[in-house]
Ligand binder design. Sequence first.
Ligand SMILES: NC(=O)c1ccc[n+]([C@@H]2O[C@H](COP(=O)([O-])OP(=O)(O)OC[C@H]3O[C@@H](n4cnc5c(N)ncnc54)[C@H](O)[C@@H]3O)[C@@H](O)[C@H]2O)c1
Length: 324
Amino acid sequence: MSEAQMASVPEAASVPELASVSEAASVLELASVSEAASVSELAVPSRVGVVGGGRMGVGIAHAFLLAGSQVLILERDAEAAERAQAGLATAARRSVERSTTQEDESALLARIDVTTDLSALGASGLVIEAVPEDLDLKVSMLTKIEAVLADDAWLASNTSSLSIDLLTATLTRPERFCGLHFFNPVPSSTLVEIVNGSQTSVALTDAARGWVRMIGKTPIVVKDSPGFASSRLGVVIALEAIRMLEDGVASAEDIDTAMVLGYKFPVGPLHLTDLVGLDVRLGIAEYLHSTLGERFAPPALLREKVAAGQLGRKTGEGFFTWSE
Ligand SMILES: NC(=O)c1ccc[n+]([C@@H]2O[C@H](COP(=O)([O-])OP(=O)(O)OC[C@H]3O[C@@H](n4cnc5c(N)ncnc54)[C@H](O)[C@@H]3O)[C@@H](O)[C@H]2O)c1
């Protein structure tokens, strides 16, 4: 499976149920307005652009909004722009209702803009691309975005699987580009993978660490490589659990209990595979198999279940039976 074909593979960690942490704490007091290209760890960029106002884009914009940034979402057409605007306004209102920000709603709304005009991104100190997972689309968008940005602005992609070096191919300032892999749902997911391409500058990695902390999340720094850190490790554990089930080592319940009680996993690897979707996990395993080798070979049981339509919670049957 090529990286471009990964477009159809949703993110492995789309598991809202696992989200245990409340919305990003507002750090407005620390987010003093900085120069566009500040690498200070003490402030998020004052103007943050987000390209693609879908599920992830709205969440990312919301996180920077609460941290004090002026946010601008670029969407492809007026209808999508309206949806993004409504989604972000709703998220802002909920943050006020839940007291996860000390600002009032009008102050937050005043810092939200949505546009279909790419050139409007030109004033951004940081732009995060969050369009669908399609290599050609992302390369094309990143090239166009870079062309309107100031030379000292930063650019990032929220890709969940594509190589940062491939996305960098046509950029003229690749040292100012990295992956910022947020998880879904953004408000309650506290991990962000900073993915360094081979040309990403140390200054950007350092700045990104600071931004991630400023929006109330925890950064990890990962070299550009298939599956980054999260999918690579999560999937290999799941595949071994499936092979153990095939080998009759223990029941699905007991394999999961081994990890929950023995290793303090929040949920077992088979339960998690049911939540993510067996088809999704199979797609990612095939990709990692093709790039990282035999240890990611999908077990026959996983293929059989996917072929039988047993995709996990979404179909009512996976490694466990789901009643709703
Ligand atoms: N959904 C997840 O669980 C998840 C988790 C982590 C990372 N990601 C990654 O985040 C990215 C976005 O995923 P998503 O789930 O938010 O997708 P989505 O489909 O919800 O949102 C994508 C948005 O991009 C917009 N868009 C498409 N073409 C555009 C263009 N040319 N210009 C501007 N906007 C455009 C669409 O209108 C849509 O609103 C993908 O790279 C995905 O792999 C997704």
